[in-house]
Structure formats: C-alpha cells, structure tokens
Design a protein around this ligand. Structure first.
Ligand code: PRP
Ligand code: GUN
Ligand code: MG
Length: 171
C-alpha cells in the first residue's frame, strides 16, 4: 500500500467534488479573500493549490505568482513528512511573506501549511477545504470536512458506469 492509499483507506467517508462545485467553492474563497486583502502577490502550493490559485488570481486580479513545491510522504500514521522541493523567490520570502496570499486546495493534518509557515510566517494562508486538524493553521477557508473524510478532487476523477441501485449486492 503506498502512502496516500493508506490514508485514503483509513478515511471512512468520501466527498467527491465536481469541477462545477470546485469552481464555485474557489470563487467563494476569492470573495472572502477580497475582504482580507489587498495582497501584493500569490504563492500556489503545488500541485493541488495550482487549480484554486488560477481561479482566485483571476478574481482578485493578482498577476505576480510563485510556487511552493512540496512532496509529502504519508505512512500508516496520518501526519506526513514534507519535503520542500522548491521554495519561493527571495523577494517573496524576504519580509516573511507579509502581504502575500498562499493558496492550497486543502488543509488536512496541517503539515503542509506548517512547512510553508517556516518560510512565510506572515503570509495569509487560504485553502478551499479544511479538516479539523488543519483548520487552526489556516487563515481563511470555505468548507470544513470531517477528519475521517477523503476528498476526491475533479482532476483525480473520471466518468464511470454506475450499477443500478436495484442490482447492487444485498438488495
Ligand atoms: O494538511 P496536510 O496533511 O499536509 O494535507 C494537505 C495537502 O495534501 C494534499 O497535497 P499532496 O501532498 O497530496 O500532494 P499534491 O498537492 O501534489 O497532490 C493537498 O493538496 C494539500 O497540499
Ligand atoms: N485528494 C486528497 N488529498 C489529500 N491529502 C491529504 N488529505 C487529502 C484528501 O482528503 N484528499
Ligand atoms: Mg497539495
């Protein structure tokens, strides 16, 4: 079992997000952030943060955008080790991230946001979704999802056949 498969298997519930819903939720995040700004630039946390970052940047007219590139290694324990593959440019980190907006799709354990805050302690961190462990690490989010739920994002999904309810096992 690989890293995220173990965490997915441990999650009891599934929350499937369509492109439409994700766009709506990312736009709702932009509305909230429009009251928290203005921001001088944006940092997208790769890879999941790239999608909401594009939507929020369009809504808030932000054009100076950098990436914070991480890989996380999730084992049987929920908390993952985070490896920073690429940090932000010095002009972004110089002031500790003051005035910057950081965007990610989700805060789960908060480990990714914790890694980011070592570099940008003063940035405003926003995610579309947040689970209870990650929520205190985030400044703005839209929807809270329980810790035992795995979120399936539209870029990880495809259309597939669904058996009629009447033909399912146990019926
Ligand atoms: O709060 P945490 O427990 O750190 O989990 C949240 C992070 O997990 C996911 O990224 P993931 O590491 O799976 O990689 P990806 O964005 O490249 O898909 C998600 O996009 C967040 O960045
Ligand atoms: N897709 C996805 N990635 C995650 N990484 C950490 N938690 C999650 C989750 O609920 N869904
Ligand atoms: Mg991510």
């Amino acid at each position: 079992m690989n890293d995220s498969t173990a965490q997915k298997a441990a999650a009891e519930k599934a929350f499937h997000v369509s492109w439409d819903q994700f766009h709506r939720d990312a736009r709702a995040l932009a509305w909230r952030l429009s009251a928290a700004g203005p921001f001088s630039g944006m940092v997208a946390v790769t890879r999941g943060g790239l999608v909401p970052a594009a939507i929020v940047a369009r809504e808030l007219n932000l054009r100076i955008i950098d990436t914070f590139c991480v890989a996380s290694y999730r084992g049987e324990t929920i908390q993952g080790d985070i490896e920073i593959l690429k940090s932000v440019a010095p002009e972004f980190s110089g002031s500790g991230g003051e005035g910057l907006l950081v965007i990610d799709d989700l805060a789960d354990t908060g480990a990714t946001v914790n890694a980011l805050r070592t570099i940008l302690p003063r940035a405003h961190v926003a995610t579309v979704y947040a689970k209870p462990l990650g929520r205190p690490r985030v400044d703005t989010f839209v929807t809270e999802v329980s810790q035992d739920t795995w979120i399936y994002f539209p870029w990880d999904l495809g259309l597939s056949f669904q058996a009629p309810i009447s033909s399912r096992e146990g019926r």
